[in-house]
Design a protein around this ligand. Structure first.
Ligand code: FES
Length: 115
């Protein structure tokens, strides 16, 4: 599987210094709405659209159990696996994050015709 790696922060230090725990930051990368958040377990990226009924997850909040909670019907999703931890068999789209020497990157899967 090949990825497009897109820089979202200049360095790991920037993330440590400027990103507060639980803050939800919106990015639009290659046409995809992506939310990035920092928790006790690290940095996570996921699709903004709730798989239940399309609400914007960036309007929700993170829990101490490393979940994002949707603002509309309060379903929650594990930030690591993307799987719902309440509300049914839904899953959010998750994106890998990589800390490289020249920045922090989010990976978006290349489409089959780009690979
Ligand atoms: S739209 Fe997110 S839980 Fe219903």
């Amino acid at each position: 599987m090949s990825y497009h790696w897109l820089k979202i922060f200049e360095s790991k230090e920037d993330v440590e210094q400027y990103v507060q725990l639980g803050t939800l930051i919106n990015f639009q990368l290659r046409g995809e709405k992506i939310v990035v958040t920092k928790t006790e377990k690290g940095l996570f990226a996921f699709g903004d659209k709730c798989p239940h009924n399309g609400a914007s997850l960036s309007q929700g909040f993170c829990t101490k159990k490393n979940e994002i909670v949707c603002p509309l019907h309060r379903y929650s999703f594990d930030l690591e696996s993307g799987k719902a931890t309440s509300g049914g068999a839904f899953a959010i789209k998750t994106y890998p994050i990589e800390f490289k020497s020249n920045g922090v990157y989010v990976g978006i899967k290349a489409k089959w015709w780009e690979a």
